[in-house]
Design a protein around this ligand. Structure first.
Ligand code: UTP
Length: 296
């Protein structure tokens, strides 16, 4: 069956960014001039997925407004002759078919995915985390869909992490079957480096068969009383093969302050209109010794 839908869970509290996230979703934080969530929507669109299911919660309204058509703003930009901006604004709201579904209580990522079941129905679907930007030469979702089309089973994107970073991620225990494809035997959430079965970390991009819903329904609350997606995948492994595809991408976790700062910095350094001034500023910081830790 063709993959046609993507679920974007965006209902989390964003506690690591409080007080900024009290009234503003972290998924709407700007990476210079584009909100994080728009990068993820664009990633879905370029993999030909335009049915986007946002799992939202209280204080997440700005996401809905962002993908609406704003005729007043469009008229204003047209009158000012700001055609590039106008094109940009018009495109994103017209290209997607957004569906919003509420997660009434923030009971974890697994629960957020389960909430989407009535809209997804009995078909394979993508899950793309709303605060993770993945930058690869070729669209990662497209690669995952290719693996799904070959094997007809769930696929999880993974990337290699440094040993010191292993405790930050869900790590797979997998057998290499060919090129960048693995078959998963087990998953370990945030292991100590010496106990980790590999250095292949889960990125925040999943493609599931609908069987995951069955498993989410019987997944008991795990860490922090939340229904963990990883626990449901472990249950899925008992019934079905689950594949992993290793990607050679840059992964930005914009949901943490340091990850967010790194994302903005990297994207700004890639922008012609900002790059030179930013480099000059960084050079100035270096020459003023501001970047030496003992002077901070
Ligand atoms: P995170 O764990 O990064 O988000 O979940 P969080 O819970 O908002 O973060 P902190 O720890 O409080 O800072 C990854 C994605 O899953 C969504 C989040 O919005 C985020 O995009 N999520 C998480 C939900 O939709 N519902 C939940 O119950 C939990």
């Amino acid at each position: 069956m063709q993959v046609r839908k993507a679920v974007l869970p965006v209902a989390g509290w964003g506690t690591r960014f409080l007080p900024a996230t009290k009234a503003m979703p972290k998924e709407m934080f700007p990476i210079i001039d584009k909100p994080v969530i728009q990068f993820i929507v664009e990633e879905c669109l370029s993999a030909n997925i335009d049915n986007i299911i946002f799992v939202t919660g209280r204080h997440k309204r700005p996401i809905e407004h962002h993908f609406d058509i704003n005729t007043d703003l469009e008229k204003h930009l047209e009158q000012c002759g700001k055609t590039e901006l106008l094109k940009n604004i018009m495109e994103i709201s017209r290209l997607i078919n957004p569906i919003y579904i509420r997660q009434k209580e923030q009971l974890g990522l697994g629960h957020a995915v389960l909430v989407a079941e009535p809209v997804v129905g009995y078909e394979p679907f993508i899950v793309a985390l709303g605060d993770i930007i993945v930058k690869d030469e070729r669209n990662v979702l497209e690669k995952m869909i290719e693996v799904y089309n070959r094997f007809g089973k769930s696929v999880i994107a993974v990337f290699e992490v440094d040993t010191k970073d292993i405790p930050k991620y869900g790590i797979i225990d997998g057998r290499h079957i060919e090129r960048d494809i693995y078959i998963i035997d087990d998953l370990v959430e945030k292991p100590k480096p010496e106990e980790a079965p590999s250095n292949l970390a889960i990125v925040g991009r999943y493609l599931f068969t609908p069987k995951i819903f069955e498993k989410l329904k019987i997944t008991p609350p795990g860490k922090g009383g939340e229904i963990q997606l990883t626990d449901a995948i472990k249950l899925l492994l008992e019934d079905e093969a689950v594949y992993a595809i290793k990607i050679d991408a840059k992964v930005y976790d914009t949901g943490t302050p340091i990850g967010y700062i790194q994302t903005v910095l990297d994207f700004a350094l890639q922008r012609e209109d900002l790059r030179d001034e930013l480099i000059a500023y960084l050079r100035q910081l270096i020459s003023n010794n501001i970047l030496q830790t003992d002077t901070v």
